[in-house]
Design a protein around this ligand. Structure first.
Ligand SMILES: Cc1cc2nc3c(=O)[nH]c(=O)nc-3n(C[C@H](O)[C@H](O)[C@H](O)COP(=O)(O)OP(=O)(O)OC[C@H]3O[C@@H](n4cnc5c(N)ncnc54)[C@H](O)[C@@H]3O)c2cc1C
Length: 420
C-alpha cells in the first residue's frame, strides 16, 4: 500500500522494520488494541528481514533459509507454536549439536576431544564471575591444542572473533530449554506468513524520526511524511549505529549502545549436489578441526540435494567480499579433504547470502563488545512513552535469535498498548 494513502499520512502506531521483531510487535498490537491503526514500514521489498527463505526446488519441497534456520530452544520458542498455528510443518530432526543429532565425525576420537575442549571453554565462560568484563579470548587456555576449534565455534555463535566479544554477554546467552527444530517451509516463510494480516508498506526507508512535537512523532521517508502517535523502531544495530535514521532530538545513548553491540557476520552458501545419494541426509561435517578459518557443512538438510555451508566472522567477510566463486572454491577444497579429491566434480554453487552488504541490515546477529552487555537494556528503553525500541539486540539473553526478536517486539507492543 502506498504510504501517501495511509489515512492521510496519520496513524496511531508506526512500526519501522518488518523483521521478526516488527512483525511480532504489530501482530501483538492488533490483538491488544484493535482500536488502534498500525502500519509496518519496511525499507526493502519483502517482509522478514534476516528471516529469508527461498524455494529453488518448488514450494512443496523443503525451503532453504539464507538467514535464521533453527528454532532454538524450540519447546519454548514462540515461533514453534505460531508455525503450527499458520499451518506450516515443524521438523523435529535433532540439530547436529543436540542429542541424537548426526555428525560425520561423531565416532572420531579427535572430534570428541575437540568437543570436550569446546565444552570446557563454555563452562569457563558461564562460570566467569570477575568484576570486570573481558573478551572471550581470555577464556582460552594458552596450551589448549583445540584453540583453533574453539575460535571457530565462538565465531559461529557470536559472528565475531573471540577477541572482540564480551564474556559476560555470552555467559548471559540462554535461548531457552529444549532441542532446536526447523520449519520445513522455512523460518523466513514463517515470519512473512505471520505478518500477512498487518498493513505493510514495502520499499519505504524511514530516514528521520522527529519526536520533538508534543502531539505526534513525524517520520520522514523517501515517499513522504507520516505522523504517528507512537513508533516502534526495530532496525538492526548496524543500521542505528550508521545513523541511517536521524532522530530529532538526537538520541546519542541509543547510537552508542548500537555501536557497542555490533552485528557479527555469518553467511551461508548452498551447494548443489549432482549425485545426492552419495551423501547421508541431514548430517553435519566440520571443514577442519584445526583451523579457525573453516566452514561448517550441513549435508542434505531435509534430504534436499544441497550442502549448506556456514561461515562466520572474518572468514565470512573475506569470502562475502570475494563473491560466490571464492566461497564455493573454499568449500570444495574443504569438502575434498573430508570426502576425497574426486568429489569436487559433483558440486556446483547455487546461492549465497551476503548479509554484511545487505543494505538495510548490515550483518547477521549482534554481539556485545567487552563492557557492553548491559547496553542491551539501554537500547531497549523507551523514550517518553511513545518512541519504543525492539529487535534481537534488545534481548538480554535471547539476543541474536529470531525468537529473542519476537519477544522484544511483544514487550514493545505491550508498552505501546498501555501508553496510548
Ligand atoms: C546467516 C544467519 C543465520 C541465523 N541463524 C539463526 C538461527 O538459526 N536461529 C535464530 O533464532 N536466529 C538466527 N539468526 C538471527 C536472526 O535471523 C535474527 O536475530 C532475527 O531475524 C532479527 O530480527 P529483527 O526483527 O531484530 O531484525 P531484522 O530482521 O534485521 O529486521 C529489521 C527490518 O528493518 C528493515 N529496515 C532497516 N532500516 C530501515 C529503515 N530505515 N526504514 C524501514 N525499514 C528498515 C530491514 O530491512 C529489516 O527488514 C541468523 C541470522 C543470519 C543472518
Amino acid at each position: 500500500m502506498p504510504i501517501e494513502s495511509w489515512k492521510g499520512g496519520e496513524v496511531d502506531v508506526a512500526v519501522i522494520g518488518a523483521g521478526a521483531a516488527g512483525v511480532a510487535a504489530a501482530r501483538r498490537l492488533q490483538l491488544l488494541r484493535p482500536d488502534l491503526s498500525v502500519v509496518l514500514l519496511e525499507a526493502s521489498d519483502r517482509v522478514g528481514g534476516r528471516a529469508r527463505s527461498i524455494h529453488p526446488f518448488g514450494t512443496d519441497a523443503a525451503a532453504l533459509d539464507l538467514g535464521c534456520g533453527w528454532l532454538h530452544g524450540a519447546r519454548t520458542n514462540a515461533w514453534t507454536g505460531i508455525a503450527e498455528e499458520v499451518g506450516l510443518t515443524v521438523d523435529r530432526t535433532p540439530a547436529p549439536w543436540s542429542d541424537g543429532g548426526r555428525r560425520l565425525e561423531q565416532d572420531d576420537p579427535g572430534a570428541r576431544a575437540a568437543g570436550a575442549a569446546v565444552n570446557r571453554f563454555f563452562d569457563r565462560v558461564y562460570d566467569y564471575d570477575g568484576d570486570k568484563d573481558t573478551d572471550l579470548s581470555t577464556m582460552l587456555s594458552p596450551d589448549d591444542p583445540w584453540r583453533e576449534r574453539i575460535y571457530a565455534v565462538g565465531a559461529f555463535m557470536t559472528g565475531g572473533e573471540l577477541d572482540k566479544s564480551s564474556v559476560i554477554d555470552l555467559g548471559r546467552y540462554d535461548p531457552g530449554p529444549g532441542p532446536d527444530w526447523r520449519v520445513r517451509q522455512g523460518y523466513g516463510t514463517l515470519v512473512a506468513t505471520y505478518g500477512l494480516p498487518v498493513p505493510t508498506v514495502l520499499g519505504v526507508e524511514v530516514s528521520r524520526v522527529d519526536h520533538s512535537g508534543a502531539d505526534h512523532i513525524v517520520l520522514s521517508t523517501g515517499k513522504g511524511e507520516l505522523r504517528a502517535g507512537a513508533v516502534i523502531v526495530t532496525v538492526s544495530t548496524n543500521v542505528l549505529a550508521a545513523e541511517r535514521i536521524a532522530f530529532w532530538p538526537p538520541l546519542p545513548e541509543k547510537i552508542e549502545a548500537a555501536s557497542r553491540l555490533p552485528l557479527g557476520l555469518a553467511n551461508k552458501l548452498f551447494i548443489r549436489i549432482a549425485e545426492p545419494d552419495m551423501f547421508p541426509d541431514d548430517t553435519h561435517a566440520m571443514g577442519s578441526q584445526h583451523s579457525r578459518r573453516t566452514g561448517a557443512y550441513q549435508l542434505k538438510p531435509f534430504g534436499a540435494p544441497v550442502i549448506e555451508a556456514y561461515f562466520a566472522a572474518d572468514l565470512a567477510l573475506d569470502l562475502e567480499r570475494r563473491g560466490i566463486d571464492a566461497m564455493f572454491d573454499f568449500s570444495v577444497e574443504q569438502l575434498k579433504r573430508v570426502f576425497g579429491a574426486g568429489i569436487g566434480a559433483k558440486f556446483s554453487p547455487l546461492v549465497m547470502s551476503a548479509w554484511a552488504s545487505e543494505p538495510f541490515v548490515g550483518g547477521s546477529y549482534s554481539y556485545a563488545t567487552p563492557g557492553a552487555s548491559d547496553l542491551r537494556g539501554v537500547l531497549a528503553a523507551p523514550c517518553d512513552d511513545r518512541l519504543f525500541f525492539a529487535g534481537e539486540a534488545c534481548s538480554r539473553s535471547r539476543y541474536s535469535t529470531a525468537h529473542g526478536a519476537y519477544e522484544s517486539g511483544v514487550v514493545a507492543a505491550e508498552a505501546v498498548a498501555k501508553a496510548l
